[in-house]
Each structure stands twice: as structure tokens, then as C-alpha cells.
Design a protein around this ligand. Structure first.
Ligand SMILES: Cc1cc2nc3c(=O)[nH]c(=O)nc-3n(C[C@H](O)[C@H](O)[C@H](O)COP(=O)(O)O)c2cc1C
Length: 136
């Protein structure tokens, strides 16, 4: 099955920037919908911004991106990367929330999330996902 990967960064709006409840609501919606669409995803919130990777079939990734752009909980959605890939790189979770672990922070090197190159955004998310992975 051909796979597609999109990585975007956005600016969180209002409570979505700092509070737990909007984040939990996003994770709940995303988990349900992504599972249904065969999408896998990792989301990081840091310093008022979201960084997210989405992997799945192109049509499903595009549909989600169209919906995401309309979500008032964030704005200025900008794609860092939008490419065909051979394999999933960020695990098999429909949605996983990842933290800026110390290893991931070294990749970020004090810069804002929206200054990341596509390659560094991938490395950052992969590092954070590896740290978050729990044994089955
Ligand atoms: C930063 C961010 C990431 C999101 N990620 C996803 C996602 O991976 N999958 C998803 O279905 N919705 C995601 N959403 C929510 C969608 O924008 C939208 O509200 C939701 O899909 C609507 O689902 P519903 O029709 O089941 O309520 C995200 C929202 C934000 C703000």
C-alpha cells in the first residue's frame, strides 16, 4: 500500500496552547478517527505550537489536513513535509502524544518548532516517539 507522510507545525490558540482539557479532547477525537482511517500519528505541543506527523494513505492524509486547517484550536497550519514514503517511521499508534524529552530537546536545540527543517522535524518526532514507546 503506498504510504504518505505529512508533517505540520501550527500555532495553538487560547486554552489549546497550555491546558490539558483541549489537548485531551484532540487526542480523543484523533484516536477514534485515525484508527478508522488507518492513519498513525504523533503530536507534540511545545511553547504554544503543535508539531504533528501523520502517516497513511494519501487520500486519508489529505482529508485530515483539510479538516485540521479549519480547526479553531490552532492557526497558521504550515506543512513542513508532504511526501510519499516506503514505511511508517513513528510507530503504529492511531495517535500518540509525545513530549519534548531531553534527547528530543537536544535535536531542537532551543529553536522554535516552526524553524525546523523537514529532516530535523522527523528526527525530533522519531526521537520523542522512541522515548514514549511502551513494551507490548
Ligand atoms: C493540533 C491538532 C491535531 C489534530 N489531529 C487530529 C488527528 O490526527 N486526527 C483527527 O481526526 N483529528 C485531529 N484533530 C481534530 C480535527 O481538527 C477535528 O476537530 C476532528 O477530526 C473532528 O472530528 P469529529 O468529526 O469526530 O468530531 C486535531 C486538531 C488539532 C488542533
Amino acid at each position: 500500500m503506498p504510504l504518505h507522510r505529512a508533517i505540520f507545525v501550527s500555532d495553538a490558540v487560547g486554552a489549546a496552547a497550555t491546558s490539558l482539557l483541549p489537548l485531551a479532547e484532540i487526542l480523543g477525537q484523533a484516536g477514534r478517527n485515525n484508527r478508522r482511517s488507518g492513519l498513525t500519528s504523533a503530536l507534540m505541543r511545545h511553547d504554544g505550537r503543535f508539531l504533528q506527523v501523520i502517516e497513511g494513505r494519501r487520500a486519508d492524509v489529505d482529508r485530515l489536513m483539510d479538516r485540521l486547517r479549519l480547526d479553531p484550536r490552532h492557526e497558521n497550519v504550515r506543512l513542513l513535509s508532504d511526501v510519499a514514503v516506503a514505511d511508517r517511521r513513528f510507530g503504529d499508534w492511531p495517535m500518540i502524544l509525545v513530549e519534548l524529552t531531553s534527547a528530543a530537546a537536544r535535536v531542537l536545540n532551543g529553536e522554535p518548532l516552526d524553524q525546523l527543517s523537514p529532516a530535523r522535524a522527523e528526527t525530533l518526532l522519531a526521537t520523542a516517539v522512541d522515548a514514549a514507546a511502551v513494551p507490548a
